[in-house]
Every structure is written in structure tokens, then in C-alpha cells.
Design a protein around this ligand. Structure first.
Ligand code: TMP
Length: 204
């Protein structure tokens, strides 16, 4: 893998998505070729699976398998070819989200998660993961302000989101060289300064 693979993670309402395009443009200003994508999604099939996953109630293991099915397709069609060409891939969520949402939030057995992770991308891990963290009440207030229909995950109760947050923090604790915590409860400008510093140190 010649390119760099950066993933963005965090609970719903953490505000990570607004920084994805900004980071891509910042890297392009350094002459990098950058591909921006997201999960679930990123391919035609993956986007169809996203619509199902975000809207249709299903068994936890069905949900987990569909997340990894979309991911396998995404890796094969987009992520692995871009990395092989030496490009930068910025992905809004990846497997840490499955660990946090299906594992922490819904209680999926950790062994099943680890088997799927190994099967689908044992050979590919993000170069760097930016974990946007903030108190749950601030994230919930942000979601409440959204003027759109909330998806199945956003509609979950506060205790679900607290478990997701704790699972993310636990995952960060177990992977300190890959996952960097970003305090999302600060101004856009301050977050951008943090991103510039972390990405320069870790990847440039
Ligand atoms: P987004 O709002 O960041 O685009 O993500 C869509 C939702 O999908 C979000 O609530 C988290 C959820 N999700 C999982 O539950 N497991 C996963 O593996 C991924 C990638 C996303």
C-alpha cells in the first residue's frame, strides 16, 4: 500500500463530516491526489446498502454483515486501487464504526467483529484515524437542530450513543499509534489547526 488512508470517526453529531472536504482540500494544496469517500457507501452497491442500513430495521448480525459486505466492495473497487496508485483516501467512517456501533452500541460479540475485520481487510488498516469526541449532550443538541428526518442510528436513545462513545474511546486506547482523539467541542478553526498538526506529523 503506497498511499495514505485516513479515516474519520465519532458519534452522531460530533461534526466530523464538515472537516472531511476541508482536509482533502488542504492536502490537495500540498499537491496530493485525494479521494474522498464514506461508509457505509462509497460505491454504487455500497450506497444501495447504505439506504437499507440507515432505514430498514434488521437483525444485528444482518446489519453487521451488510456493513462488512459494503466495505469489501468499497475496498475492492475504490480504496485498494487508489492506495495502490499512491493516492490519499479520506474515508468518513470505517471498521472502527462497526466496533463502536454494532459492538458497543448493540452488543455484537467482539470475536465475530474481529473475524470479519480480519477476513475483509486484515491486510489493510487506516494509516491514521481521527476520532472526533465530545460530550453526549452537546452531540444530541446538534442532532436535534438538524432539519431532516433522522436515520435509524440517530434515532437511537442516549444510552446507545453513550455506549458507542465509550467503545470508540476504548478502541482508541487499544490503538494509540493509529487513532488520534480530536476534541470536537471547540471552534472550526481550532479543530482545523489540530488536524493540520496531527496529519503533518503522522502522514506527511
Ligand atoms: P454517517 O452519519 O456518519 O454518514 O454514518 C451513517 C450511520 O451509520 C452512523 O449513524 C453510524 C452508522 N454506522 C454503523 O453503525 N456501523 C458502521 O460500520 C458504519 C460505517 C456506520
Amino acid at each position: 500500500m503506497n498511499g495514505k488512508f485516513i479515516t474519520f470517526e465519532g458519534i452522531d453529531g460530533a461534526g466530523k463530516s464538515s472537516h472531511v472536504e476541508w482536509l482533502a482540500d488542504w492536502l490537495r494544496s500540498w499537491g496530493k491526489t485525494v479521494c474522498v469517500t464514506r461508509e457505509p457507501g462509497g460505491t454504487e452497491l455500497g450506497e444501495k446498502l447504505r439506504t437499507l442500513l440507515l432505514n430498514d430495521p434488521m437483525h444485528l448480525e444482518t446489519e453487521t454483515l451488510l456493513m462488512f459486505a459494503a466495505r469489501r466492495e468499497h475496498l475492492a473497487q475504490l480504496i485498494e486501487p487508489a492506495l495502490a496508485r499512491g493516492e490519499w483516501v479520506i474515508c468518513d467512517r470505517f471498521s472502527d464504526a462497526t466496533y463502536a456501533y454494532q459492538g458497543g452500541g448493540r452488543g455484537l460479540d467482539r470475536g465475530k467483529f474481529l473475524s470479519l475485520e480480519q477476513w475483509v481487510h486484515g491486510h489493510v488498516q487506516p494509516t491514521l484515524t481521527l476520532l472526533f469526541d465530545l460530550p453526549l449532550d452537546v452531540a444530541r443538541e446538534r442532532i436535534a437542530l438538524a432539519s431532516r428526518v433522522l436515520d435509524r442510528f440517530e434515532q437511537e436513545r442516549a444510552d446507545f450513543h453513550e455506549r458507542v462513545r465509550q467503545a470508540y474511546l476504548e478502541r482508541a486506547h487499544g490503538n494509540p499509534s493509529r487513532i488520534r482523539l480530536v476534541d470536537a467541542n471547540q471552534s472550526l478553526e481550532d479543530i482545523r489547526k489540530v488536524l493540520e498538526k496531527v496529519v503533518s506529523t503522522h502522514c506527511l
